[in-house]
Design a protein around this ligand. Sequence first.
Ligand SMILES: Cc1cc2nc3c(=O)[nH]c(=O)nc-3n(C[C@H](O)[C@H](O)[C@H](O)COP(=O)(O)OP(=O)(O)OC[C@H]3O[C@@H](n4cnc5c(N)ncnc54)[C@H](O)[C@@H]3O)c2cc1C
Length: 420
Amino acid sequence: MSADGKRPQVLILGGGFAGVGAAQKLKDTDAEVVLVDRHDYHTFQPLLYQLATGLLETTAVGHSLRDLLEGQKNTTIHKATVTGIDLDTHEVHFDELEPMTYDYLVIGLGAQVNFFGTAGADEHAFPMYTLPHAVRLKDHLLERWEAADRDPSLVDDGALNVVVVGGGPTGVETAGAVAELYRAAFAKDYPALPQDEARVILVEAGPELFSMFKPKLREYAAKALADRTVEVMTGTAVASVSPNRVTLKSGDELKAHTLVWGAGLQGNPLVQTLGLDLQRGNRLGVGPDLTLPGHPEVYVLGDLAAIVDEETQQVLPQLGSVALQSGEHAGETIARRIAGKDAKPFKYHDKGTMAMIGRGAAVVQMLGGRTMKGRKAMVAWGTVHLALLPTNEDRAKAVVDWAGSALTHQRVGRITVGSE
Ligand SMILES: Cc1cc2nc3c(=O)[nH]c(=O)nc-3n(C[C@H](O)[C@H](O)[C@H](O)COP(=O)(O)OP(=O)(O)OC[C@H]3O[C@@H](n4cnc5c(N)ncnc54)[C@H](O)[C@@H]3O)c2cc1C
């Protein structure tokens, strides 16, 4: 009980891996738990590229928050946008909801795209960080192929070309998946259009792709991309983008009606209003128990937190498994504190950093340095991602879609459902 005799109020901001992980661990706690997200669904970001390329459908990537927390009698969910956090008065403000106070605050508001000031990117780039982003990219690709089908002269203007920015996992996965969509599904769907004139170009500003992986995994990824007809340009940065052209810093121009942005993240801009020192990428530094220094009642988690791993002393990467484990730890710790028990420091159990380049081609690297590639890595990728999926039904759905696509090369989701 809090000082006024009421049950403690736990306010969770964000229904991502971190927020949902925390809420689920508070299920049996004697507390009032409120989770607020601007959407009524949880987004499974690692599979966004599969939605954007028609491999999975929307409901395999976005999951109802009310379903995920169904049966938690102490938990209320609201769909509202957080507009401000007052750490001194313990009050949070929202757009269409009365302000709320808290005894414990869990901040899991995630990260968002960073265009690094690239001219035209805000208006014309296709970022890959939310469900609407993935659906918008899929609809746009389908729309360009349909347009070229009606008017083949558009092919010369680069209507079918896709430039993907970013040589990290998001960019590589997206480029590989777009190439497979083109060469397998669209080759059959649009036999009159010239596949060899539909280019997929991956642009990376640094000297190589996958800088976070060991050299042998980088070499493997470069070959796997080349096998899938992805053209890779390293040491090349994008200067500006318009609806049908991408201009590089070198001054060269690429004809392309699609530029996918998978190059940068920054912590949710709300953290800039807290008046605290921010770390690289707009992240908040936290202590070993994941609380904000000077605020033992405030937990900051997932992509928004700079969590230092107790073993390696490195800041943990922005990964689903880090977000989920940090959320679960915060939920368990708050439950322990409410029950009058001690808090324990957070310990991350490494699931590896991994990326899927295409069918049968993936890479995995563990914190200790162990690596895997090819089909073995693909199985590891599938296992880790199935474990992250929130329900058994979602796991079953993903397995059926993946197996179906592996056997038939079909992409079930390649239809556009716009408004009439
Ligand atoms: C394209 C892509 C691919 C990825 N692939 C992998 C992968 O293969 N493996 C892996 O482990 N990780 C992967 N990641 C990283 C992983 O998805 C993130 O690390 C993880 O989602 C972070 O979880 P989170 O809970 O911190 O934030 P999020 O999952 O981003 O959740 C934040 C939540 O806060 C809500 N929110 C934000 N602002 C507000 C506001 N003002 N008011 C109310 N609600 C708000 C959002 O709607 C969202 O639901 C990928 C990420 C991306 C973008």
